[in-house]
Design a protein around this ligand. Structure first.
Ligand code: KIV
Ligand code: ZN
Length: 387
């Protein structure tokens, strides 16, 4: 099986659906250029029929970004596809992402339809899109809750109709990783012609399993993953790009490569967070403020002896300057001694013990111990230390 994993970024489409995160066209171009520099393969730039703003953004992103494929979302509706084709007219590499709900609840409540009619609509949409572009991705919305046998029939029909990528969304974030992985395997084993298309994952994080499900999909043969920066997206969000990129980079046994320049992960994360006015939780994997901060004495001591004791990723690999040893009431002498030595203060053991006792008293009262605090405790000051 091919060992190249394509990264499809939907920060500007699924990510941008988050209330209060809307970007204007100029900001979207800024994000799209950052995604291009990061090395994503596909940028889902918007849902052109949904608003004039989305339509215009797809046009402008298509002009501004040339290396990745630019993708536009549609429903299985001819008018949506016409508008998407128009919005993509300047794209060097273009893709239409069309689809329809395939779970029984979508078929019954959203479409008041039946399984056979849904297959017909899906096939018609793919065939129609293929009249305008060579690259057509089909999404089976709510595939996570779609019965595998029926899903396989839908996927087989759309591949025959010309779909080049088939997206298997866990729209509601419901699947267990074992179940989602088995679903991908079922399609590989049961769909005629599956080798003609790339299988894509698209997982939501409602139960905190988006990343695990995406990896389960990849381990079972998916070769495209749909992700967003910082995991932003509808409700609890989508699979986070940075998590997938670093899992693939750290776990060599998976034997898969992406095109992501991981050193650009952190700056891109900061940019998206600030433009979308969406703070990143401090304990967020890879890009959270505390992701490389060590605060307990035992961990600090270990990291100061050898970072491999408590770090599985070199912070430089994701574009962060260094790990940080945060001085708190749980820090040990080793961390205090190390910080003082970075500040140019060397203390004998007796003195260090006394300063450490004072440090603990202060740390119990004050949450943020800064360099000035410990210099005062050590009887030194910044001016002295810089002489
Ligand atoms: O979650 C989902 O099912 C989607 C599709 C529109 C791809 O975002
Ligand atoms: Zn989605």
């Amino acid at each position: 099986m091919d060992n190249r994993l394509f990264i499809f970024d939907t920060t500007l489409r699924d990510g941008e659906q988050v209330p209060g995160c809307q970007l204007n066209t100029v900001e979207k171009i800024q994000v799209a250029k950052a995604l291009e520099a990061l090395g994503v393969d596909v940028i889902e730039a918007g849902f052109p029929i949904s608003s004039p703003g989305d339509f215009n953004s797809v046009i402008e992103i298509s002009k501004a970004v040339t290396w990745p494929t630019i993708c536009a979302l549609t429903r299985s509706v001819q008018k949506d596809i016409d508008v998407a084709v128009d919005a993509l007219r300047f794209a060097k590499h273009k893709r239409i992402h069309t689809g329809i709900g395939t779970s029984d609840s979508h078929i019954k409540y959203k479409f008041n339809s039946n399984r056979e009619e849904i297959i017909e609509r899906a096939v018609a949409a793919v065939k129609y899109a293929r009249r305008f572009v060579e690259d057509v991705e089909f999404y089976a919305e709510d595939a996570g809750r779609t019965e595998n046998e029926y899903l396989a029939r839908v996927i087989e029909a759309v591949i025959k109709a010309g779909a080049t990528v088939v997206n298997i969304p866990d729209t509601t974030g419901y699947c267990l990783p074992s179940e989602y992985g088995a679903k991908i395997k079922y399609l590989i084993d049961h769909v005629d012609g599956i080798d003609k298309a790339i299988i894509s994952t698209h997982c939501h994080n409602d139960l905190g399993m988006a990343t695990a499900n995406t990896i389960a999909g990849v381990l079972n043969g998916a070769r495209q993953v749909e992700v967003t920066i910082n995991g932003i997206g509808e409700r609890a969000g989508n699979t986070a790009l940075e998590e997938i990129a670093m899992i693939i980079k750290s776990h060599h046994e998976i034997d898969i490569q992406t095109n992501i320049n991981t050193q650009k992960i952190y700056p891109t994360s900061r940019m998206v967070s600030s433009l979308m006015n969406m703070p990143v939780q401090p304990n967020k994997a890879i890009v959270g403020r505390n992701a490389f901060a060590h605060s307990s004495g035992i961990h600090q001591d270990g990291v100061l002896k050898n970072v491999q004791t408590y770090e599985i990723i070199d912070p430089h690999d994701v574009g962060i300057d260094d790990n940080s040893i945060v001085l708190t009431a749980r820090s040990g002498r080793a961390a205090l001694k190390n910080r003082l030595s970075v500040l140019g203060v060397k203390l004998e053991q007796d003195n260090l013990d006394k300063v450490y006792e004072e440090f603990l008293k202060l740390a119990d009262k004050k949450k943020d111990i800064n360099d000035d605090d410990i210099l005062v405790l050590a009887g030194a000051d910044r001016a002295q230390n810089h002489r």
